[in-house]
Design a protein around this ligand. Structure first.
Ligand code: ADP
Ligand code: MG
Length: 347
């Protein structure tokens, strides 16, 4: 004779089994697909979960195409891009740009104001002088820098409908600090339009996590150890439908006479930003915001940058100093997990 306890146990197991089976019926099994490509001068990778690998790959192909489209419109070095045309016709005539380019330029203009000029797409001539993104790099003379700083005034940028004009013939636009973020957002949009509800896009460290992982847990994104040459992860953060974008002095740089020169310029001095920070990571709902803000906050420095980030809604940030101290905004500090114990979380 089966005792009462055992009867209940059998009933419980049966009910659980049926519930599990029923739950299983509604789900279609998702397949993982991955794709990589060299885009926007950096390494791009995507991972998606779709009803079939084939569907996932087709969606990623479209997303990479969209990234190439953005690059062809906004790169300073691609022949015939809208930005190259604007720079070539500076001081002469306006260029009619498409809606993508107009959107990014307008966002950048707004951010120049919001970030008190620390983010400025009008730095093209200065970026060029330093050879950033070029085959060669050199330290300019102080005279050269003083001269070029006369030609970075964003008020010289005029917009009339889709027509963009640079009034100063010696000025150039450079969207290097914003276009990648926009490209990530557009790739994500393309993936979502093609039915993707879970996955990620990573363009050289500008990351967006779509939805949650297929098992409904958040994506865990690593923050790179900003020590030059180190490719390890120093902390992790869980995210769902958010972007994680970092800027730092460890990414693109050159060394001359034992001095380290990197690619984030301080519009006030004309030199690479030199403060106690070694990286800034911004967590936001759109990668375009993260791209701009990580660069701007890096220029602002620790104290000003932290206050600035704290005041922005739906934006969180993690700042790492050269002496390995970590500062995080109040919305993320409890979720941040330090992996490398040579780093100390201060707040
Ligand atoms: P990465 O391209 O490594 O992700 P960032 O997002 O920080 O780095 O952008 C740096 C790029 O932005 C530089 O290569 C340059 O083209 C441009 N840039 C540099 N300094 C500034 C600045 N103060 N404001 C706007 N753009 C900048
Ligand atoms: Mg950036």
């Amino acid at each position: 004779m089966i005792n009462k306890k055992l009867k209940y146990l059998i009933l419980f197991v049966t009910v659980s089994l049926i519930t599990t089976l029923l739950a299983g019926c509604g789900e279609t099994k998702l397949e993982q697909a991955d794709m990589e490509d060299f885009v926007l001068g950096t390494f791009g990778s995507m991972r998606v979960f779709a009803s079939s690998t084939k569907k996932g790959e087709a969606a990623m192909e479209k997303a990479f195409e969209r990234i190439n489209e953005v690059e062809n419109k906004m790169s300073t070095s691609i022949e015939g891009s809208f930005i190259q045309q604007i720079n070539q016709l500076a001081g002469k005539e306006a260029v009619e740009v498409d809606d993508d380019t107009l959107f990014v330029i307008k966002e950048a203009l707004n951010y120049e104001d919001v970030t008190q000029g620390t983010f400025n797409i009008g730095l093209g001539s200065l970026i060029d002088l330093w050879g950033i993104g070029k085959e060669w790099q050199k330290v300019p003379t102080p005279e050269e820098i003083t001269e070029v700083l006369k030609h970075i005034d964003i008020n010289e940028l005029e917009i009339d409908g889709n027509n963009v004009f640079l009034g100063d013939k010696n000025m150039m636009l450079d969207l290097g600090g914003i276009a990648k973020g926009y490209a990530v957002d557009e790739a994500v949009k393309t993936l979502k339009e093609n039915g993707i509800e879970s996955g990620f896009v990573n363009l050289g460290g500008d990351i967006y996590a779509i939805g949650a992982k297929p098992d409904d847990t958040p994506w865990i994104i690593g923050i790179q150890n900003p020590v030059i040459g180190s490719k390890t992860v120093m902390a992790k953060i869980p995210v769902v439908n958010q972007s994680v974008v970092s800027s730092g002095d460890y990414e693109r740089y050159f060394i001359e006479d034992d001095v380290h020169y990197h690619h984030i310029l301080d519009p006030e001095t004309g030199y690479p930003t030199d403060n106690q920070l070694s990286s800034v990571t911004v967590i936001s709902e759109k990668a375009i915001d993260g791209d701009v803000l990580s660069t701007a906050v890096f220029v602002m420095g620790l104290e000003k940058g932290l206050l600035f980030l704290e005041e922005l809604e739906n934006i969180e940030g993690v700042m790492i100093t050269k002496d390995k101290q970590v500062f995080a905004t109040s919305g993320i500090v409890d979720k941040l997990e330090i992996m490398d114990n040579s780093y100390q979380l201060v707040r």
